[in-house]
Design a protein around this ligand. Sequence first.
Ligand SMILES: [Fe+2]
Ligand SMILES: [Fe+2]
Length: 356
Amino acid sequence: MILITDRSDGSPDLTRRLGLAGPCRVVDLAQVATDRQAPPSLIVSDVDLANRQTVEAMRAALARHRQKGVPYLCLLRDMTARSTIQARAIGATEVLPADTSAAALVVTIEQLLQERDGADLERGASAFTRAHLATAAASLADMLGSAAAGRPIAMRAVEASVEAIGQAAAASDIGDWLQVVWSYDDLTYQHCMLVAGLAASFAHQLGFSDGDRRLVTRAAVLHDIGKARISLDILHKPGALDADEQAVMRTHPAIGHAMLLAQGGFCPEVLAAVRSHHEYIDGSGYPDRLQDGQISDIVRMITICDIYAALIERRSYKPPLAPDQAYDMLVLMGTKLDAALVRAFHTVIVKTAQAA
Ligand SMILES: [Fe+2]
Ligand SMILES: [Fe+2]
């Protein structure tokens, strides 16, 4: 195995612990690009994924040294949701704290190597989706991070995720997509990826042109961007929100809309989806109480995907609904949603049902 590290002392203690599982070669992250030795059977990293340049260097290192099926164990100094997501986004097979005991490391490494030997067939079907989802997640991390910090959203990141999600949807493996989505712990990521995957699949199902499919996917990827400015206490509250919290939560469409407008360069369809995805056809939605003809088809589609996603999502305080139960809920919403689109959405559900 190789251990890629960015510690100036070369992680001697960790190298000792890893050495119990097998021969371990240490490569400095700064030197990894010029390393010419034989490809490893396992890659381990001990690097600071909170640092953007390190993430990019690690991504490049993996592209260079990781051969097909080779497991990657990512060790983290802080096990925050963000670092864990980042680790998964660059393709980690397993994520553990850097101070994991030697015994636990040995067990994990043995499992990873065993899985690699038996996994090719099992994982083959979704390897394509996994790769695309990892790209989309990394781009989404970029987008949400920028939005939360008040920096402009990189169009490059938006387009990278739209591309990745579109490819997966076009390959009709939305089922695989959903399965992989559940492995991301952060709820906002999970939700955005889920809505985007469903919307891309929905647009595909409706026979949209390439350009329109991308438009719908772009709108879905960005629809909740305003949530990046809502406090995590409210966003991740393990239970129902009280009236005040709900009022704060309900500001996210207008916040997102204002953010994109201030930045400029977003098309009217995307702006409308961000602002109006909680509007209902009967005028009972928010923030503008729009009605029927005031709500575009793309917004209607995103609304359906958004509600459906929320129903099948796993939350600590509510069990997820099965796909057909969630679909029944959409139907029960009656005049709030576009009935023809809800009917058409059923074909997308059939695929999610197969994945459940
Ligand atoms: Fe929303
Ligand atoms: Fe949403």
